[in-house]
Design a protein around this ligand. Structure first.
Ligand SMILES: Cc1cc2nc3c(=O)[nH]c(=O)nc-3n(C[C@H](O)[C@H](O)[C@H](O)COP(=O)(O)OP(=O)(O)OC[C@H]3O[C@@H](n4cnc5c(N)ncnc54)[C@H](O)[C@@H]3O)c2cc1C
Length: 338
């Protein structure tokens, strides 16, 4: 049986740096260990929370239950042919380490997702995405353990119901499964996905031709210059999702706000840049005590030091109300609120 700690501080287990505590805390480093743990009475009587790197959570109160931290390691090539390689990755591996591993092996598919914080096990949760790529495009299988039965199961890509910042794991299976392994199929031919303009600009600046390596470097440079480092300033990346609205509504709004940024995602729907909505509402740099909107990135809420989770969520609610009032658009958090 794993060591279960009491009254455990989660301050260094969430990138917001919020000083909340867990009633109980433990970690597991294999499927077998997790399955054993789930049979224990504590898992039947207490609320459970599965923790990765804590880079997409906001703790608004102490957690009155057992936090299970994922520490399953391992990166293993399972099959390969002349075109691609399939790799099984333990859910407790650091995502960015896996990206660096793939580049070292001359594999392509996740270089655009370099430097996204967190662990591999959380990557299917919200179908992580950045700079023109999403993890759903490389995942072929997700292994998980069902908490209630303790059974080991798996989903194929289509069973994961991936969509923009969402999947079955963040939706109907939320809190009901523990992802233990993610299988990704990476290409042996460089994909050179430079459809995101900033990558092309950075490659020019670096004087480099597109390759998995140079694209990852470009993404790392762009991210490091744009996003606040959670080690310096607590945050969880984009706090809100980009809202998807009816294109008819977008066209109406465009008359009042000609600069509004929207991306057509279907014949009838348009995705709006939530950061633009917040910035244009004059909220960039807005601060209440130690909770604030980042001074350069309106989509990023930050903890200037001693903000509580409650202060951050109250700020988020205030922003939601202002955005609703100004544009008639409901923006929703991307971050998991506890
Ligand atoms: C500076 C910064 C930049 C970011 N940039 C991006 C970005 O560009 N694109 C993007 O998509 N995201 C981004 N994020 C958000 C975050 O990095 C991702 O969502 C990441 O996948 C979260 O991983 P984690 O291990 O930290 O998850 P956690 O925060 O620990 O958990 C997030 C959720 O997943 C659940 N969970 C975690 N692991 C498991 C598991 N093994 N089984 C079941 N449930 C699990 C948790 O219970 C929780 O609900 C950013 C965050 C920061 C701080």
């Amino acid at each position: 049986m794993s060591n279960i700690l009491n009254n455990y501080s989660l301050k260094y287990h969430n990138t917001f740096g919020v000083a909340a505590k867990a009633k109980y805390f433990t970690s597991f480093s294999s499927e077998d260990q997790l399955a054993e743990l789930l049979k224990d009475n504590i898992c039947k009587t207490e609320s459970l929370f599965i923790l990765g790197g804590g880079s997409n959570i906001l703790l608004t109160q102490d957690f009155d239950g057992l936090v299970l931290a994922n520490n399953i390691k391992g990166i293993e090539i399972i099959t390969e042919n002349e075109k691609s390689t399939s790799i099984a990755v333990g859910a407790g591996e650091i995502w960015h380490d896996f990206v660096l591993w793939s580049i070292q092996k001359n594999l392509s598919g996740i270089e655009n997702l370099a430097l996204i914080p967190g662990l591999v096990g959380a990557s299917p949760m919200q179908n992580i995405g950045a700079y023109g790529a999403e993890v759903k495009d490389v995942i072929t299988k997700v292994r998980y353990i069902e908490i209630e039965s303790g059974k080991q199961k798996s989903f194929t890509n289509s069973e994961c119901n991936f969509s923009y910042r969402n999947s079955i794991f963040k939706d109907e299976l939320k809190g009901r499964v523990v992802i233990t392994e993610v299988v990704c199929k990476l290409s042996k031919t460089p994909l050179n996905n430079t459809k995101y303009g900033a990558i092309t600009d950075e490659l020019k600046r670096l004087n480099k031709e597109p390759s998995p390596q140079s694209i990852a470097q470009a993404v790392i440079n762009i991210r490091s210059s744009k996003l606040p480092d959670p080690k310096v300033l607590g945050n969880s990346g984009s706090f809100f999702k980009n809202p998807i609205i009816e294109t008819i509504w977008f066209k109406k709004l465009k008359k009042d706000f000609p600069e509004m940024v929207g991306y057509k995602i279907s014949e009838t729907q348009t995705k709006i840049a939530a950061g633009w909505l917040i910035d244009n509402a004059g909220l960039k740099g807005y601060r209440k005590a130690d909770a604030g909107v980042h001074k350069n990135q309106a989509l990023v809420l930050v903890n200037y030091g001693n903000a509580t989770g409650l202060e951050i969520i109250n700020l988020a609610k205030e922003i939601q109300e202002i955005i609703k009032e100004k544009y008639g658009i409901q923006i929703e958090p991307e971050v998991n609120i506890l």
